[in-house]
Design a protein around this ligand. Structure first.
Ligand code: 0GY
Length: 301
């Protein structure tokens, strides 16, 4: 593999929007440090180190209180870097792991004790070699109590994945809304199919994340201010206010160009969640229900 990728901006701007107290960045990652936590031999990209100190400095800079750290594909099924970051957070981070589907019950319970609250099934062919639906389903039936499944896929395989997702017996959290083509608008085919999934059961959640990934390539230039994303996603947040999450996606895995300014990402929040009530749900109440239910004000429902 070629040289290591630096996918984040070193000095993000200070956001003008201030999140409510207790806000959770519910989708972010850590990379390494490689000397301590080597990347997987199967990694499809090789990032520069982006460890917990950097993540927590960004959290404070952006005005957030907590993080949900999602195991990135470059670390494979060794969750060491994610667990290390959670352990450094003084209770202000929890995580989502990527595991071998043959993982034992004892290992799952050790992850639970270390702050993991879900597993991620990644279906992006550019990131993983295989995604065995039958094994994932079997695993989803024996997760520790209170866990959920995070699924990452692109809109063109949503229909194909529906029987698999429908059979998963725990809550589903969909990364980046299943990557719809936001240029289609809020009523386009991709978001209509996604709404059908949301309407099929009450425990499907989504991350209203990644304007930079979904709306970046436009007119040959930078995507910000990400107008298509705002137009497509705001109605989804309004219609499903109890099931949306938000995150930075820092350190923006695998992005070599069009790297977003995290301050501008935070400034997108009022454009997809325009009222204080929606912002409180998106940034505090919803992630607390999923990741810190023992502290959540809103009871799980
Ligand atoms: C994301 C998106 C990506 C990568 C990963 O695990 C990962 O490597 O999640 C991507 O390349 O689209 O959500 O971080």
């Amino acid at each position: 593999m070629s040289s290591r990728i630096r996918s984040w901006t070193g000095a993000p701007s200070a956001p003008r929007y201030r999140p409510p107290p207790g806000a959770v960045d519910a989708h972010c990652h850590v990379f390494g440090p490689m000397a301590q936590f080597p990347f997987s031999p199967k990694a499809k990209y090789l990032p520069e180190d982006a460890g917990p100190d950097m993540l927590f400095a960004l959290r404070d800079h952006l005005g957030f209180a907590r993080n949900v750290i999602v195991q990135a594909s470059c670390h494979g099924t060794d969750n060491g870097a994610t667990l290390h970051a959670i352990a450094q957070s003084q209770g202000r981070a929890r995580g989502v792991a990527v595991v071998d589907p043959a993982i034992s019950a004892a290992e799952l319970h050790a992850l639970d004790a270390a702050g993991i609250r879900g597993v991620r099934f990644n279906f992006l062919k550019r990131l993983v070699d295989d995604a065995p639906k039958d094994k994932f389903l079997e695993l989803s039936r024996r997760l520790p109590a209170g866990w959920h499944v995070v699924i990452y896929f692109e809109a063109d395989i949503l229909a194909e994945l529906r029987p698999f997702m429908d059979a998963i017996p725990v809550p589903l959290v969909i990364d980046h809304m299943g990557r719809p083509d936001v240029r289609q608008g809020p009523d386009g085919p991709d978001l209509r199919a996604f709404r059908a999934l949301l309407n099929s059961r009450p425990d499907v959640w989504f991350k209203a994340t990644c304007p930079d990934r979904l709306d970046a390539i436009k007119d040959g230039g930078r995507g910000a201010p990400w107008d298509d994303f705002a137009a497509a996603v705001a109605p989804l947040v309004a219609d499903y206010p109890g099931r949306c999450l938000w995150g930075t996606d820092w350190p923006h895995p695998n992005m070599e160009t069009e790297i977003p300014d995290d301050g501008l990402l935070v400034d997108m929040i009022p454009r997809i969640a325009p009222t204080p009530a929606l912002q409180q749900a998106l940034l505090v109440d919803n992630p607390m229900r999923l990741y810190w239910p023992e502290e959540a004000i809103t009871p799980p429902g």
